[in-house]
Design a protein around this ligand. Structure first.
Ligand SMILES: NC(=O)c1ccc[n+]([C@@H]2O[C@H](COP(=O)([O-])OP(=O)(O)OC[C@H]3O[C@@H](n4cnc5c(N)ncnc54)[C@H](OP(=O)(O)O)[C@@H]3O)[C@@H](O)[C@H]2O)c1
Length: 198
């Protein structure tokens, strides 16, 4: 398969990329890294990226950030960090990408544990992950030509030590299991599903 991975250099993305590149043609993208530089916050940047990649079989998004901050400091301005980046960035990858994906292709997006298990300072990412999961459920029933869409919702991963202070009592999840959840989405038959790795 020809697989586009946005966020391929990241903590999770580099492992997903390593696992997939054994058997597939991989095109990577990031804001500074990868075969192509794109900014997922900008629909024009996403559109011109797909013009360059041409038709593809699968798109994996292992990107998307938000604003970790106390509720008392959140406002319309900093809340939009997660909205513009993790939420609309990933949703726009699908809205634009649906015009380039091949029949029976698949989209795989990233959500996260804080939708199901809120943590202190996590309101922005909880809201954004909920939006992504809602979008996946709805897009799955409208995508045509056998195109599928799923999400992976990891717990905090074992290599993301910088996040551990935000997740007291959470047992970090094994990267190998997270990677296999992405593989399930790409190579399996599910659609509209969120694979939760806890
Ligand atoms: N890490 C965890 O424990 C964990 C847990 C639950 C959910 N998640 C979710 O999983 C996803 C990946 O997390 P991660 O920790 O692996 O992320 P990460 O290490 O921060 O990596 C982010 C990736 O996205 C790319 N990127 C950043 N800004 C971009 C932009 N504006 N346009 C295009 N690409 C951009 C980066 O490449 P450049 O440096 O080249 O920009 C990098 O490859 C995120 O949605 C995160 O919320 C992570």
């Amino acid at each position: 398969m020809k697989i586009v991975i946005v966020g391929a250099s990241g903590t999770i993305g580099k492992h997903v990329t390593a696992a997939l590149q054994r058997d597939h043609e991989i095109i990577t993208a990031g804001s500074k890294s990868g075969n192509y530089q794109i900014d997922i916050r900008k629909p024009d940047s996403i559109r011109s990226f797909f013009e360059k990649t041409g038709p593809f079989d699968a798109l994996v998004s292992t990107t998307g950030s938000g604003c970790f901050a106390p509720l008392s400091t959140l406002n319309d301005h900093n809340f939009r960090i997660g909205i513009d980046h993790k939420m609309m960035g990933q949703i726009n990858l699908v809205l634009e990408g649906q015009h380039y994906i091949k029949s029976n292709g698949s989209f795989t997006l990233s959500s996260g544990v804080v939708f199901d298990e809120p943590v202190l300072q996590g309101a922005n990412l909880s809201a954004v992950n909920g939006a992504i999961e809602g979008f996946i459920a709805a897009a799955a029933i409208e995508l045509t030509n056998g195109v599928r869409i799923n999400g992976v919702s990891p717990g905090v991963v074992e290599e993301a030590e910088h996040f551990f202070p935000f997740f007291p009592g959470h047992i970090p999840v094994k990267m190998e299991v997270v990677v296999q959840a992405y593989i399930k989405c790409i190579s399996g038959a599910a659609t509209g599903k969120i694979f939760k790795v806890r």
